[in-house]
Design a protein around this ligand. Structure first.
Ligand code: ZN
Length: 746
């Protein structure tokens, strides 16, 4: 009953090479370009002294975001002031008359850009959590400007010369390992961003980046528009056939928010569509809902994304060539654990065959059940969730709605806190003394359970609402570092649970509970950070490693310790009965063919689109033909069809990188084995090693080395196959574990 958590939520309008590369479920800063995340000596920009978005954060815990002072019309002047301030800082570093040293160049860069970090943090939150038409106008205007600003830094020749000098200096050998890695990161990021190009090529590169930034913004806004504008109206009791009470209530609530004339409305987001497809007895309505959802961004008219995709792909291909890479995929993969697209594809293909074989078995089961029920149908994509749920019930006697009664959002949150206490010695206390941007947001202070030392803050924004992106994600409002004293981190978890009636507990599905733990895993990764330099902090690791800590944490949901204490019935308070837990366990690989195939088809299309080079691509045709060549079963679709594939077209973030979830899951499955081979999920020694080599180190060490230090060996792919219920020998035998290749030090 668990599923691969693949969710989305990134800042809109992230410039191509920005310092603020964001991840999907992790929105984090300073990933693709270390030159910045960083941090200014002082604040107080002369340009906009009064703008609260630019000002230093004040208040408790070393300052907190001034959410109570945000006005949308302040974003533009704040961004402009912060860009100007940061560029001035950069110029000062670049034109320093002193010979380049680690301190006056690299450390100085780490300190620069603090005002920008503050503005961009809140800007990103408005983009993801508080979006509205007024804000979108600003996004469209600012996206290319932010891109150009970012390029000005990476294309600053004097600055790059200094970085290069530090990189080549013999004194480097005397620095700490973390400092050496930081230098390497700067050097690589600058080179990868075109620092070595001649001025004409640089100019073209910057033009491409700006154009891409605008296209990314349009792409995202189009998807959001189709998610907002299309709804499925349900007119009467007959239209509600099969829907559980919680879904009916949510649909009634949505009708009100949408000002619909119909009494019930299914909105065009995953959190409403998936349950509708699972439970609605009305096949023609399921078909309608399914089509509405899978056609987001593909409806013709002004919100159609096909032309945008084609342009993005061509610009990316041109940029890769300009930078000296065969394709965009080769450029993107270079600084990941996988290293090359070929190795990522190799892993995907190893899992693809058993996955589609499993789909055929699942379809046969569903087909048989439908026939038994007297339905003379061929299973179509809008039937999959519906009949899968029936098979699940029949085979495992497992009703997701029955399980849900034991899964109260707030209890599970307490369960996560308890897990964090056991594994990392964290303690969470609610606080009311900091501003929030919406009344639904709550904040906790995190302390060390033993020493009482302040660790950071955790903001929690759990509910869906208009203007908030779908999916779930984490972001860091402020990163941990020890540049001066100890700057503690501020992280947040965001999701789209449907808020229940006032005073009633919010019940969530098993899948959603997994998602909750997943995002909390990212948060713990951020909170555990113990590094010196901000651009190496917390979740600022390579893309195909970042999902490892989060996917790993999902495992603790199903531990008896959590279930017994926190999965308690919302009415009786009784813990979930063992027989139900056993059935969940038994059904854990059920529907894995569907889960893996819908994910992998997206991941393969992503990679193949970005390996296709500069040919002109018609997204719909490419998708159709590629899937046919892969042998995609006709009974399901990609989890994210190309015209709505936000991961890869709302920024460069996950482009040629959607495979990362699978890559990370190889590590996850293998890593959990360290606990089960030890004294269990709460083995203190293993948890300590996990903290020491994985959660606390950020990007200060090579992730492959960190993993090996934790596990005592390289990861093996077998655990993943077992976790997904696929045959181990046949599929994995010939394949090497992905992380075997070392991250080479350049
Ligand atoms: Zn994630």
């Amino acid at each position: 009953m668990r599923k691969k958590i693949v969710h989305y939520g990134a800042l809109l309008a992230v410039p191509a090479f920005t310092i603020f590369a964001t991840t999907n479920c992790v929105n984090k800063k300073a990933q693709s370009n270390t030159e910045t995340n960083a941090t200014a000596l002082t604040d107080a920009p002369a340009q906009a002294p009064q703008n609260p978005l630019v000002a230093n954060w004040t208040g408790p815990y070393g300052g907190v975001p001034p959410f109570d002072q945000v006005q949308v019309n302040q974003f533009k002047p704040a961004l402009e002031a912060a860009m100007a301030e940061n560029l001035a800082e950069i110029d000062k570093i670049a034109s320093d008359p002193a010979a380049p040293t680690f301190e006056n160049t690299i450390t100085a860069l780490e300190r620069a850009g603090q005002a920008m970090n503050r503005v961009r943090t809140i800007y990103g939150i408005w983009s993801s959590n508080m979006n509205n038409p007024e804000f979108q106008v600003i996004e469209r205007e600012m996206a290319p400007k932010l891109s150009a600003y970012s390029d000005k830094i990476t294309q600053n020749e004097a600055l790059f010369k200094r970085i290069e000098a530090v990189y080549n200096a013999p004194e480097k050998a005397q620095l700490t390992a973390e400092q050496q890695r930081l230098i390497l990161n700067y050097y690589n990021n600058f080179v990868r961003s075109g620092a070595r190009l001649d001025s004409k090529a640089k100019e073209r590169l910057s033009a491409i980046n700006q154009e891409l930034a605008g296209l990314f913004t349009n792409f995202s806004q189009n998807v959001l528009a189709d998610e907002t504008d299309y709804v499925l109206e349900l007119q009467n009791e007959a239209d509600l056939a099969g829907l559980p009470a919680s879904l009916r209530e949510a649909a009634a609530g949505a009708a009100k928010t949408k000002n619909s004339k119909a009494p019930y409305v299914i909105t065009n987001t995953r959190s409403s569509i998936d349950p509708f497809l699972t439970y609605s007895d009305r096949r023609e309505l399921r078909e309608k809902a399914w089509k509405m959802f899978v056609n987001r961004g593909d409806n013709g008219g002004k919100h159609d994304n096909n032309a945008i995709i084609s342009e993005i792909l061509q610009l990316r291909a041109e940029r890769a060539k300009l930078l000296g890479y065969q394709t965009h995929a080769h450029w993107r993969l270079e600084n990941t654990m996988a290293k090359t697209p070929e190795r990522a594809v190799e892993l995907m293909e190893a899992v693809w065959t058993p996955a589609i074989t499993r789909v055929r078995e699942e379809v046969a089961d569903m087909q048989a059940l439908a026939k038994k029920e007297g339905a003379n149908i061929k299973i179509e994509p809008w039937d999959y969730r519906y009949y899968a749920e029936k098979v699940r019930k029949a085979r495992y006697d497992l009703d997701q709605n029955e399980v849900k009664e034991y899964l109260q959002l707030e209890k599970l949150r307490e369960g996560m806190f308890w897990v964090a206490g056991e594994l990392f010695d964290f303690n969470f206390t609610p606080v009311n003394n900091v501003p929030v941007y919406h009344e639904d947001v709550r904040v906790w202070e995190v302390k060390n359970k033993t020493t009482g030392q302040h660790i950071g803050l955790w903001y929690f924004d759990p509910y869906a609402r208009t203007g908030k992106r779908s999916g779930a994600w984490m972001n860091a409002y402020r990163r941990q570092d020890k540049l001066e004293g100890n700057t503690t981190t501020i992280v947040s978890n965001n999701s789209n649970f449907v808020k229940g009636k006032d005073g009633e507990p919010v019940l969530i599905s098993w899948d959603d509970a997994n998602t909750l733990f997943h995002e909390f895993g990212h948060a713990l990764h951020g909170l555990s950070s113990n590094v010196t330099y901000p651009s190496l902090s917390g979740t600022a690791v390579v893309r195909d490693y970042v999902e490892f800590p989060s996917q790993l944490l999902e495992h603790w949901l199903s531990t008896p310790e959590v279930l017994q204490r926190f999965a308690v019935h919302y009415q009786t308070g009784k813990p979930i009965p063992q027989h139900l837990v056993d059935r969940i366990e038994k059904a854990s690989t059920f529907n894995e063919g569907f889960e893996t195939t819908e994910y992998l088809s997206s991941a393969l299309i992503d990679m193949k689109l970005h390996l296709a080079g500069d040919q002109k691509i018609d997204a719909d045709a490419f998708e159709r033909e590629t899937l046919a060549a892969l042998g995609m079963p006709s009974e399901l679709v990609m989890r994210h069809r190309t015209p709505q594939f936000m991961h890869i077209f709302s920024s460069d973030g996950y482009s040629a990188g959607y495979y990362s979830y699978l890559w990370s899951d190889v590590l996850t499955a293998d890593a959990y084995g360290a606990f089960t081979e030890g004294s269990g999920p709460y083995d203190k020694e293993v948890a300590k090693r996990l903290h020491q080599h994985v959660f606390s180190v950020g990007n200060t060490i090579d992730p492959a080395e960190g993993y090996k230090a934790f596990r005592g060996r390289d990861p093996k792919v077998e655990a993943l196959m077992r976790k997904r219920g696929f045959p181990v020998k046949e599929a994995a035998g010939a394949k090497k574990a992905p992380a075997k290749s070392k991250t080479k030090s350049k």
